[in-house]
Design a protein around this ligand. Sequence first.
Ligand SMILES: Cc1cc2nc3c(=O)[nH]c(=O)nc-3n(C[C@H](O)[C@H](O)[C@H](O)COP(=O)(O)OP(=O)(O)OC[C@H]3O[C@@H](n4cnc5c(N)ncnc54)[C@H](O)[C@@H]3O)c2cc1C
Length: 310
Amino acid sequence: MDELARKAAELSGRFNLGVRTEKLSSLSAMGTGGRALVVEAETLAELAELLKIHRLNDWPYLVVGGASNILFPDEDVSFSVLRLTGTFAALKSSGSEILAGAGCSTAKVLALSEKAGLSGLEMTAGLPGTLGGAVRGNAGSAATGAAELASSLEMLDADGRALRLGPGDFQIGYRSLALPTELAGGIITSLRLSLIPSSPQKVKEDSSRVLAARRANQPRERSLGCVFKNPPGDSAGRLIDQCGLKGVKSGGAMISPKHANFIVNVGGASSRDVLALADRAADEVKVRFGHDLELEIKTANKRGLFIKRL
Ligand SMILES: Cc1cc2nc3c(=O)[nH]c(=O)nc-3n(C[C@H](O)[C@H](O)[C@H](O)COP(=O)(O)OP(=O)(O)OC[C@H]3O[C@@H](n4cnc5c(N)ncnc54)[C@H](O)[C@@H]3O)c2cc1C
């Protein structure tokens, strides 16, 4: 029995959880990645227990939403992939707030805000993935991100203890949400979003406009969205384009001819192909313009730690 199978047997024997060994390529928006133990938690109690077991055994884990912003390694990994299902998809509006489980798809949360006539989430129109992932990475438009709407976050820390954070407890930056250090490895379980009362028609019109702009600018092939953050006052896509890299390929990956900050899977790409192109783009932008491009996508290694370069 290999390590993954041993861990799976141990967890399935103890809980009524969805535990399986799966190719990460089937979860990933990029369609790359080796095998992992994937565990689905349906309740807070299950997730807390799962975290405790991982802590006790010193097993690494990574919480994954829609996997639309994580590049997994091509090799089989030693971290467990934790997914939030069941009660983590709960969603309701109350006055000018939306209360949502972190496992809700961002699209569903936006649809509720349209129906309830609550404004704020329009900039997420067309974003794949879950609300937990969007808030963790402050995903959104150039101007703003989903974390800015969060008035409170319910979390479990790495020991499985529940905590509630208010806006004073986290710092929001461009595509980032800085959590207190004791919450490194913590999981957002549910959120309260503070929105602005408007009308269903206006919210729908504004989000349709955002969606149309995304569709016009972004490639249709599999990708992880923008690979690099924009350097202050500039655009990573413009810089990569100026280096003449649109359409450049490595294996099955290509720098999108439509938007140079997207690396797309044009068939059979590996994560190594994607990283080779990201490295090449970062190197050429550094040489030509002197900018150090910072990755926006998260690139996981075998233990689930995020790495900067190959
Ligand atoms: C075609 C395409 C277009 C995109 N366009 C945009 C865009 O316009 N703007 C933009 O900002 N992004 C964009 N993205 C990137 C991506 O969609 C967002 O970052 C998305 O919100 C990530 O959500 P996810 O659930 O897929 O997160 P994942 O990729 O699963 O995870 C991202 C990070 O969040 C962590 N995480 C996930 N869930 C939780 C949780 N519950 N608690 C704590 N941490 C958690 C993960 O561990 C990981 O570190 C695009 C991606 C694609 C594929």
